[in-house]
Design a protein around this ligand. Structure first.
Ligand code: MF3
Ligand code: CO
Length: 250
């Protein structure tokens, strides 16, 4: 069942989303070669604590960390660790804040130092895919109307879209209905409704869309070892169009 949110509830999610955005704004300042994803993990814990928020993923299933830190061929759900990031790495930091019982969820890919041309293009195209998905998330459209242009944009640039990890409704729970992947057919799937709050979180790969999971049960990697990037926002569907609840610009 899809639980539609009132304007007041959407403001609660926006408040949680603002904490996630604050985390990303701090992460951006510290990313450089030599920094470890463990230092980013600690930064996120500190920023959330400063807002009286809770890092939701620390108690989600058997996940133990405040962040997912996914480097290069890791698509999603990598564990933060003590390996220094190096020049040219792509690192995706995904984090979920809980504030007053409501959740905000956003992932962002960062460039470590100077990127190769292909990594730079992958990062740019992936952000464009998120923006395309959001732009088409309007009342009157179905999910396929938004995901079709998203995955076509990846393909037109020679990239592929992960099909085995989904986006989701969000609110008091991290994974609410609806559930969908970032590949779609125009006119197919659920209709966008006023008061829906969902994530859009395309994971775009340099090579194959196929993935494998490490023995830790979480770390999702590209099957071919090539790069992956991801940008994720939590958004609300309103009469006035999609509203980004994890926006970093203010
Ligand atoms: N953005 C992720 C998601 O959509 C956040 C959860 S990460 C997890 O599921 F590792 F905790 F699962
Ligand atoms: Co998510």
């Amino acid at each position: 069942m899809v639980t539609l949110k009132s304007p007041q509830e959407i403001e609660q999610i926006r408040a949680a989303g603002a904490v996630v955005a604050a985390c990303h704004k701090e992460i951006r300042k510290m990313i450089r070669p030599g920094v470890t994803t463990w230092q980013i993990e600690e930064l996120v814990e500190d920023v959330m604590a400063g807002y009286g928020a809770r890092p939701f993923t620390k108690t989600y299933k058997d996940y133990k960390f405040a962040t997912c830190a996914s480097v290069n061929d890791v698509i999603a759900h990598g564990f933060p660790n003590h390996t220094p990031l190096k020049e040219g790495d792509l690192v995706t930091i995904d984090t979920v804040a809980e504030l007053n019982g409501w959740l905000g969820d956003s992932a962002w890919t960062y460039a470590v130092g100077e990127l190769s041309p292909i990594a730079d293009k992958l990062m740019r195209v992936t952000k464009e895919c998120l923006d395309i998905g959001i732009r088409h998330a309007v009342i009157g459209n179905r999910i396929g109307d938004a995901m079709y242009p998203l995955h076509k944009h990846a393909a037109a640039n020679g990239f592929s879209c992960v099909r085995e990890l989904a986006a989701h409704g969000i609110g008091r729970e991290l994974h609410e209905e609806p559930n969908f992947i970032h590949v779609g057919i125009p006119g197919k799937g659920f209709r966008f409704q006023e008061g829906m709050v969902i994530t859009i979180e395309p994971m775009i790969n340099e090579g194959t869309w196929r993935m494998k999971i490490d023995d830790d049960g979480w770390t999702a990697r590209t099957m071919d070892g090539k790069l992956s990037a991801q940008f994720e926002h939590t958004i609300a569907i309103t009469k006035d169009g999609p509203v980004i609840l994890t926006s970093q610009d203010d």
